[in-house]
Design a binder for this molecule. Structure first.
Ligand code: ADP
Ligand code: MG
Length: 275
């Protein structure tokens, strides 16, 4: 396995009495696509929240490109080269695609919302640069021709691409995508897979959380499986889909010898998803 761009060791966070993520050792290799899967409530989004500095871990360490980033704040993590999209991406539907990407990027990367909204003199000075950065990001997601359109007028797929463009504005080395294909039809899902492959082909490292097994199996170089906050498997799609602990976690007592990957959805019946 290539050297990890990101490595976590003994990573954990407790909410009240609940170990949302517990004692996870994992590696995200550079230049690859790593999928994080697991039943609802397994801790996937929390894992991303820990890596991206939204949550401070109660145990363990996170190293990125050789640096300990365990206790860094979100904007510091972004500046080191990690960006993310959210399970439910809020885009600015009433703004142009370009303005929305610029503002979205600013709101997510500054130390506080006020910094983003008040906009210091320096930021005004940087406006042209910021606009150019947003245009570059739109080009990477194939939205150059849509830059002047209202974001809300775009298709579901187009809006997802806007969310990814926002994340790309900070020029990350590692991009975290939380359920990028949620709400998409099969054709849109295929298009999105193409975009993810293109981005990785251009040198980006991607980790994604996804329920759609066809996407995960067709795209991921490596898969990390979480269950009740703990890692139960990590390996290639083939290794993971044959792992008895994984099959048990997904199918539980309903197992009839089925293989993970046959259904479009893994278990999504165990409760509402968490943003
Ligand atoms: P997944 O993304 O795998 O569906 P999550 O990471 O969203 O799961 O959630 C894992 C568990 O942690 C769930 O039981 C969830 O309720 C809990 N959890 C997540 N974030 C918080 C929080 N901020 N406060 C309390 N509990 C949380
Ligand atoms: Mg989630």
């Amino acid at each position: 396995m290539p050297e990890g761009l990101l490595d976590v060791q003994g990573l954990g966070i407790r909410f009240g009495g609940l170990d949302a993520v517990k004692d996870v050792d994992a590696t995200i290799p550079a230049g690859q696509i790593t999928a994080i899967i697991g039943p609802n409530g397994a801790g996937k989004s929390t894992f991303f929240n820990l890596i991206s500095g939204f949550y401070v871990p109660t145990a363990g360490a996170i190293r990125f490109a050789g640096e300990d980033i365990t206790r860094l704040k979100t904007h510091q993590v972004v500046s080191r080269g990690i960006a993310r999209t959210f399970q439910t991406t809020t885009i600015y539907k009433e703004l142009s695609v370009l303005d929305g990407v610029m503002i979205g990027h600013r709101v997510r990367t500054k130390a506080g919302l006020f910094d983003a909204l008040l906009r210091t003199g320096r930021e005004k000075h940087d406006e042209a640069e910021s606009r150019a950065g947003a245009m570059r990001a739109l080009e990477r997601v194939g939205l150059t021709s849509q830059a002047g359109r209202l974001a809300g007028a775009l298709t579901q797929e187009g809006q997802k691409r806007v969310g990814i463009a926002m994340a790309l504005c900070s020029d990350p080395r590692l991009l975290l995508l939380d359920e990028p294909a949620a709400g998409m039809n099969p054709e849109e899902t295929t298009n999105l897979m193409g975009l993810i492959r293109e981005l990785v082909g251009g040198g980006l490292t991607i980790a994604l959380v996804e329920h759609k097994m066809s996407l995960v199996m067709g795209l991921a170089d490596r898969i990390l499986v979480l269950h009740h906050g703990q890692k139960i498997a990590q390996g290639t799609p083939t290794e993971v889909s044959r792992d008895p602990a994984v099959i048990e976690a997904y199918l539980g007592s309903h197992a009839h010898g089925g293989q993970m990957g046959q259904g479009e959805q893994a278990s999504t019946t165990t409760g509402a998803d968490h943003a």
